[in-house]
Design a protein around this ligand. Structure first.
Ligand SMILES: [Zn+2]
Length: 132
């Protein structure tokens, strides 16, 4: 048995209209600020999306998973919520093309993912984004 109903979540997320998403303050702000990062390895989009936050970064496997506490605790574990704001924001960002793309090696992406899991944020991701 799955930890939560991932297929249902995918359908739910795709069901939101752009207008509905644009009326949600948090997802709209995240998307407009281009906090969603698409890593590209050798020209191919990696299967994970990165969220760069003020304090914490997250790993998103759209439309099934987000590494934020809200998702892991309230959605996956307690099943009290159906999604987190990052997944809504990612959906909006994808539709509006409000995201950034970074070219990384497999090793760099693994480093970014590891830093986010270990420390909650990635120095490597910031370096890649801000070093020009
Ligand atoms: Zn989240």
């Amino acid at each position: 048995m799955a930890a939560y109903d991932a297929a249902r979540l995918a359908v739910l997320l795709r069901g939101f209209s752009l207008e509905e998403l644009s009326n949600m303050h948090e997802p709209l702000t995240m998307a407009k600020m281009k906090r969603f990062i698409v890593p590209r390895i050798g020209g191919d989009e990696a299967p994970v999306l990165l969220y760069i936050g003020v304090h914490r970064d997250h790993i998103i496997v759209f439309p099934f998973f987000c590494s934020c506490k809200h998702f892991v605790i309230r959605v996956m574990s307690e099943k009290r919520d159906k999604y987190c704001s990052h997944l809504l924001g990612a959906r909006l960002a994808a539709e509006k093309k409000w995201y950034r793309v970074i070219d990384v090696s497999f090793k760099e992406l693994w480093g970014i993912v590891t830093e986010i899991i270990y420390y909650g944020r990635s120095k490597t991701l910031r370096r890649k984004l801000y070093s020009g």
